[in-house]
Design a protein around this ligand. Structure first.
Ligand code: NAP
Length: 259
């Protein structure tokens, strides 16, 4: 299927690795030019060069922390006039509800709620003026089924979800769609760190912890960044113009829900 986005320009935040990289690769495969971002310059440039070599698209890199005002200003300078925005950042650490103080919540809100909102506010007006745009926010399955040890993530991502529910309906008439992609377990560095924490807590090996977690997924394995990226590219496509304000769960069936 031709997604009809060849020549469009996309900002993909936090995209040197993992799910962000999957989205960047899938958009590039459709002929989209990219602005890619991550804090670590070396991995970012390596991923960008691999995309340039494979897909022949234009890729600009901005190495900075996207959750800071300074980082956001650097990214926005490079991403002026983009047609597609994929919001992403690292997830907050796991912990206990008794441990989290105001500063921990502020940090989580900055990363996973206020940064995507800042990019939406900066870039969506231009998309509306041009009559076309796509925004995809990477959130989490925790929005549908909160994970107790990820209370900081549950809180921040639910806040973003509420904002998107209203905003997406306010901009849709101008050809701009905003949707959220909710990853379940995917085989990325983030999954390795969660497997490691689970193994340590239970006194088992990482392989045993991973097997335990896979057993709870009807598909029987973690998702891949390529599968995730393909779903993102579809939401960014010409065909997805009637999909507005949705929370699309990609979890291999792990959460037993009808809606
Ligand atoms: P990952 O494999 O650890 O990759 C994270 C990417 O984001 C890296 O490129 C990292 O590069 C970049 N990054 C992190 N913090 C950043 C920041 N402040 N500014 C700029 N770039 C930043 O993580 P992932 O698995 O792809 O997860 C992506 C998001 O999905 C996270 O919010 C995660 O919590 C959520 N999620 C993941 C899963 C899963 O199973 N993988 C499940 C549910 C939710 P640098 O470190 O160099 O900055």
């Amino acid at each position: 299927m031709d997604l009809g986005i060849s020549g469009k320009r996309a900002l993909v935040c936090a995209s040197s690795k993992g799910l962000g990289l999957g989205c960047a690769e899938a958009l590039a495969a459709e002929g989209g030019d990219l602005v890619m971002n991550a804090r670590g310059a070396e991995a970012l440039e390596a991923s960008a060069q691999a995309i340039r070599d494979t897909y022949g698209v234009d890729v600009v890199t901005v190495a900075c922390d996207v959750t800071t005002p300074e980082g956001q200003a650097m990214v926005l300078k490079a991403a002026e006039g983009v047609d597609i925005l994929v919001n992403n950042a690292g997830g907050p650490p796991p912990g206990m509800w008794t441990d989290w103080e105001r500063e921990d919540f502020i940090k989580a809100l900055d990363s996973n709620m206020l940064t995507p909102i800042a990019f939406i506010k900066a870039l969506v007006p231009g998309m509306m003026e041009r009559g076309w745009g796509r925004v995809v926010n990477i959130t989490s399955q925790a929005v549908r089924a909160p994970i107790p040890v990820l209370g900081l993530s549950n809180s921040a991502r639910t806040g973003l979800t509420g904002y998107v529910a209203g905003t997406s309906r306010q901009v849709a008439s101008k050809g701009v769609t905003i949707n959220n992609l909710l990853p379940g377990l995917h085989a990325t560095d983030r999954a390795v760190s969660l497997d490691t924490a689970s193994a340590k807590q239970q006194g088992i090996t990482i392989e045993e912890a991973r097997a335990q977690r896979c057993a709870a997924i009807p598909v029987g394995r973690y998702g891949t960044r390529q599968e995730f990226g393909a779903a993102c590219a579809f939401l960014c496509s010409q065909h997805a113009g009637f999909i507005v304000g949705q929370n699309v769960l990609l979890d291999g069936g792990a959460i037993n829900l009808t809606m």
